[in-house]
Design a protein around this ligand. Structure first.
Ligand code: NAD
Length: 323
């Protein structure tokens, strides 16, 4: 079906002016348009908000075809703090929030980042070994590297940044996706239940026959047959090696493209798919929390320079999360 043009700019203006009469008139035009699901959904949102007698900013936020999110359309301001200062936080915690975490969020927990000078991963051998091609040639050395990293991370505990994101998961009213590139399991130790692990997890193993993921508790990966398929096909570490693709990749790309607020915490943005995620979040206000400028800093609307264990709880409080 052909797409019908909607007078979006008039609608935005009407919302800005709190002009209910005008919004109603425009809405009539809009609800008569029923050409695609997406347009149908947009119209529905508008109607719901009007019924409650309020013209809410979310009216604009949910106009799926608008180019920028309400954070920018409505305010033209640069920082989330300024937006909240002017308008309060009540509607904000219903928006679509996407958070990407990287090695920097776990730095304060004592786990070196990927590129830090003392990082195990920074060792040329680690980068050479943790590859798919090396795994095919020499399983044993890849498994040994994992055992070494597993030991390093075993005793580590989450910090205030992980705990703040666990509180967010409990309290956020809108769509929320927190994804991590980390393999350290600290989000889960902090109490988060729904954090997809883009690069897998060091404390898990996977049956190569049926794909069942289970906890890797012994040093020997193949101490017993798989408890699901009962085959004695070898297990492998449940991490994504260099040269392999993440199973969670597509889902993360979709969510990033749809979100309205995008927050990247402690990632250099250089490992796939991190760099593509921020580039896709075209409709979002984008915030980067990092101790340093990164290669992708220029793609963000707002940069918070500082350590994750301090800045993340502050930002979560700003978003209305009780910590
Ligand atoms: P990275 O090392 O490339 O980047 C880390 C980023 O965090 C840097 O930009 C750095 O400036 C920043 N940073 C350092 N300390 C910080 C702090 N206290 N607060 C905020 N920011 C801080 O890591 P990456 O972008 O996550 O990509 C590396 C890959 O290596 C990941 O995909 C991951 O699988 C793996 N890795 C995981 C862990 C872990 O699980 N904790 C650790 C190292 C590497």
């Amino acid at each position: 079906m052909p797409k019908t043009k909607r007078p979006e700019s008039l609608m935005i203006q009407a919302v800005k002016n709190n002009d209910l009469k005008k919004v109603t008139a425009l809405l009539k035009h809009t609800t008569s348009v029923n050409d695609t699901d997406r347009d149908g959904r947009t119209a529905l949102w508008w109607a719901i908000h009007l019924k409650s007698g309020e013209i809410s900013e979310l009216l604009v936020a949910n106009g799926g075809e608008l180019e920028r999110s309400w954070l920018q359309i409505e305010t033209g301001q640069n920082t989330l703090a300024e937006v909240i200062k002017n308008r309060g936080v009540s509607d904000l915690n219903r928006c679509k929030l996407f958070i990407l975490t990287g090695a920097g969020i776990s730095a304060e927990s004592g786990i070196p980042t990927f590129r830090s000078p003392n990082g195990l991963w920074n060792h040329p051998d680690s980068q050479r070994i943790a590859t798919h091609s090396h795994f095919v040639k020499s399983r044993k050395s890849v498994i040994n590297l994992h055992v070494k990293l597993k030991k390093l991370m075993k005793e580590k505990v989450p910090n205030q940044a992980h705990f703040a994101l666990a509180a967010l998961e409990q309290q956020w009213l809108g769509d929320l996706l927190v994804v991590t590139q980390n393999v350290d399991n600290l989000h889960f130790k902090a109490g988060s239940l729904k954090v997809p692990k883009l690069h897998g997890c060091l404390s898990e193993k996977r049956c190569e026959a049926c794909g069942r993921v289970s906890q890797w508790t012994t040093e020997d990966l193949d101490s017993a047959p798989c408890s699901k398929c009962m085959r004695s096909t070898p297990h492998r570490p449940n991490t994504v090696l260099f040269g392999e693709e993440s199973h969670q990749h597509e889902m993360a790309l979709r969510a990033a493209a749809e979100c309205e607020l995008f927050i990247a915490i402690g990632t250099s943005g250089m490992v796939a798919p991190a760099f593509s995620l921020v580039g896709l979040a075209n409709n979002a206000h984008k915030i980067e929390i990092n101790t340093e400028e990164t290669e992708v800093s220029g793609l963000f609307d707002e940069k918070i320079q500082g350590q994750a264990h301090i800045e993340v709880p502050k930002l979560m409080k700003l978003l209305g999360v009780r910590i």
